[in-house]
Design a protein around this ligand. Structure first.
Ligand code: FAD
Length: 451
């Protein structure tokens, strides 16, 4: 049977269905709404935007998410067509009329003779057939339990407790230094796995004041707060006592500042390497519900992070996602059940665009597999490939948290194109390289799925 079944008609599932249907496959979308609702969705439409109405920057030369837009458009993306058709004026961002957008996607898919939308909740993992599971951050409880039984409790998360992630090249190593606590680790690389930012007593007291004063976000109705054990937001720790952080994630023990060996820091903020490339570092233990603007302001008070550029800011919210680095292969299939492919936010990407992009690739990979027409791997130099590589292999499995697309996920430029050039030049070089790689990958499938 060559039918492709897709669970979830959200951002990822809708795009996957479109890509597969264009290749002539029969597609069934199993979507639980409107019968079963989530706390965030409002309608029974496919590809509903649950919160903001923006697909973020449309700049495909200087911005990684804009580059994803460009790549998706080249691949004939339905979601990009719908977004462009219902675009609202918003400067450089791609903002859309959300109702018109999801109506466009819903009507286009429903009108295709080879697409069926089946209104039902899938509650167990299917035993056979070709499947893409794209049930998103609010995957239903029954399916969540089935996934947990398959993958183990450690490998499926129901909450994000995201610590902010910083671009390595924006950290001031004249103030910070490399060292793991008590120089732990077998190799020199392990002994230098952390970046440390020292604080004097004054720095620390001012930092605590800023944390306490910062504006915080509230939980959505329907989001429980049962996650609290083990991942308290830093501002909640600070509320429990001014010294709590200094005895928790900011403890200054087992570390010596080589810039000031005689002066013991009063507190230390640690950053841990977040990807194999070493371009990204997360601030250890700094999950937070502070508003984004407040986070940037508060975290840039940390000595060494005055000019920090954030690949993503911290947060805590309901989000079902797999530990993809351990569970998925490079084709986004569950290693233990390769007839199940995953796409969208449940794979550990973050955002409407990233989710749709993972649907686009999963749809194409499923087509290739079902038609027996093997594809070359998704090129790592493309924005799609950089994301897939990160979630299925490049990210540290232990600290894995959902990720937005960003240039920190790209392989550094080498030779003449790399080196010490300005950020603008570097980003342009990344996007040029990505576009060429993506065009080659699409060309290899041209006969199966026309661009
Ligand atoms: P979804 O678009 O959620 O699609 C999943 C679909 O699967 C849903 O339609 C759901 O009804 C269905 N489903 C779930 N379980 C089952 C089942 N067992 N059987 C059948 N169907 C099922 N990203 C942004 O870029 N901007 C934002 O402003 C933003 N705000 C967000 C706000 C909230 C509250 C949440 C939870 C997430 C937000 N996100 C945002 C993150 C994320 O990008 C979006 O949730 C995005 O829609 C994810 O796409 P998806 O296809 O993976 O999941």
């Amino acid at each position: 049977d060559k039918t492709l079944h897709i669970v979830g008609g959200g951002m990822a599932g809708s795009e996957a269905a479109w890509q597969a249907a264009r290749a002539g496959l029969d597609v069934v979308i199993h979507e639980m709404r409107p019968k079963v609702e989530t706390f965030a969705h409002q309608t029974g439409n496919l590809a509903e935007m649950v919160c903001s109405n923006s697909f973020r920057s449309d700049d495909h030369e200087q911005n990684a998410v804009g580059l994803l837009h460009w790549e998706m458009r080249q691949a004939g993306s339905l979601l990009m067509q719908a977004a462009t058709a219902h675009r609202l004026p918003a400067g450089g961002a791609l903002a859309v009329d959300r109702d018109a957008f999801s109506a466009h996607v819903t009507e286009t898919l429903r009108a295709l003779p080879n697409v069926t939308v089946s209104s039902e909740e899938i509650t167990a993992l299917p035993d056979q057939g070709h499947w893409i599971i794209a049930t998103g951050p609010l995957t239903s409880d029954a399916l969540g339990r089935a996934l947990q039984a398959e993958t183990g409790t450690e490998a499926l998360a129901f909450f994000d407790a995201i610590a902010p992630i910083v671009h390595h090249d924006s950290i001031d190593m004249g103030k910070a230094w490399l060292q793991s606590r008590y120089d732990k680790g077998e190799t020199e690389a392990e002994q230098k796995a952390y970046i440390n930012c020292p604080m004097t007593r004054d720095d620390y007291e001012a930092f605590i004041d800023a944390l306490l004063a910062a504006e915080k976000t509230q939980f959505h109705e329907g989001e429980t707060a049962g996650y609290f054990d083990g991942c308290l937001p830093i501002e909640v720790m600070a509320e429990r006592g001014r010294e709590t952080l200094r005895h928790g994630p900011m403890k200054p023990v087992g570390l010596t500042n080589p810039h000031q060996p005689d002066q013991k820091p009063y507190a230390v903020v640690q950053l841990r390497r977040d990807n194999a490339l070493g371009t990204l570092y997360n601030i250890v233990g700094f999950q937070t519900k502070m508003k984004y603007g407040a986070q940037t302001e508060v975290f840039r008070r940390i000595p060494g992070l005055e000019n920090a550029q954030f690949a993503r800011l911290g947060g805590i919210h309901r989000n079902t996602f797999l530990n993809s680095p351990t569970l998925l292969d490079a084709q986004m299939r569950l290693r233990s059940r390769p007839h199940l492919r995953f796409a969208g936010q449940i794979t550990g990407v973050e955002g409407y665009v990233e989710s749709a992009a993972m649907g686009l690739v999963a749809g194409r990979l499923a087509v290739a597999e079902i038609l027996g027409q093997p594809l070359p791997p998704v090129p790592q130099d493309s924005a799609h490939g950089a994301l897939i590589h990160h979630i299925t292999g490049g990210a540290e499995a232990k600290s894995f948290q959902p990720m937005n697309v960003n240039f920190g996920l790209f392989q550094p430029l080498t030779g003449l194109r790399g080196g010490r050039r300005g950020r603008k030049d570097r980003y342009k070089a990344y996007t040029d390289r990505a576009k060429a790689a993506w065009a080659d990958w699409l060309a290899a499938q041209e006969e199966v799925i026309p661009a």
